[in-house]
Design a binder for this molecule. Sequence first.
Ligand SMILES: [Mn+2]
Length: 337
Amino acid sequence: MKDRILAKDVSDFLSSISGKTVAIVTHVGGDADAVGAAYVLKRVLEEVVGCTAVYVHIPDETSAQVKAMVDYLELEIRSGPIGDVDIIILVDVGSFEQVGEYIEDVMKARGKVYIIDHHAPPQGGYPQGFLAFLSEDYRALCELIMDVFQLMNIKLDLIEAEALFLGIYYDTARLSLANLETMSKVCELIKLGVNPSKSIQAVEVPIDISERIARLKGATRMNLYRSGEWLIATSQVSSFQTSVARALLSLGCHISIVAGEYKDGVAVSMRSQQDFFARTNINLGKDVAQVVGARLGGHGGGHATAARVYCKSTPEEAIKLCLSLLEGLLSDKLSRV
Ligand SMILES: [Mn+2]
């Protein structure tokens, strides 16, 4: 178990909410890890703990893959306001702004909001009235959920095991970031009957033509910078920033920063290679995204090698600030390549 004390705290919390009504809220758009965790939490809270009702909310629009996973699990997603519930559980959120359209509902519910997460906490921590259970030791939130259920002596059925497998599979970049303990958890799920290729096929959807165009346009608009052995690529696209950031990384840069207008501000997605983080210890979530969000009137966060910012500026300003932070962190001037 990666963090037994935390897992025990979460299991004590879950066991204490029998008879309550609960809303589970994921981060904006959800992903396999958030949906997997929300699905098994809902099942366990309803069937084992004895909650009266458990609703799952995914803020804003979901990607085609998240939709496919929701359909595969036959998970009912509640749209519209959170309404009157006893407890709100935010899963996999990174920061409470990540609840998107539900931010007002969540702020109003102070005192009954709980966070179960594996992202770095926001700078300065969560405000009063929010109780966070989190550890960055877990590669996926679904891994923490497995430890919690082990302590609660919960036997998983096949579809719950599949949900957890998918969460772990995608949050570890298809297991490439899985360590020994993560892999042994995957083996446990396989022993429960999970057939990886079948589960993966069920949620893989072909890339949409507009996403393909965004990736290719992102590549043609790229600017490239160098600092010693490190290459940093930046670009701008009006949608699919995260997909473009991932695509640029696969072309060969060490860091990608992709910005574009989003709602009434700007969204910036960043990715870095594992070996960049291993050798520089520069954490995109904490050292770049949180700082850019705070300085440009928005919010940001994420993981060491994958982060996102939403801010009030132009895409150019946001990219410029990311680059100047990286210059400082690398203690080296960037040159255009
Ligand atoms: Mn996650």
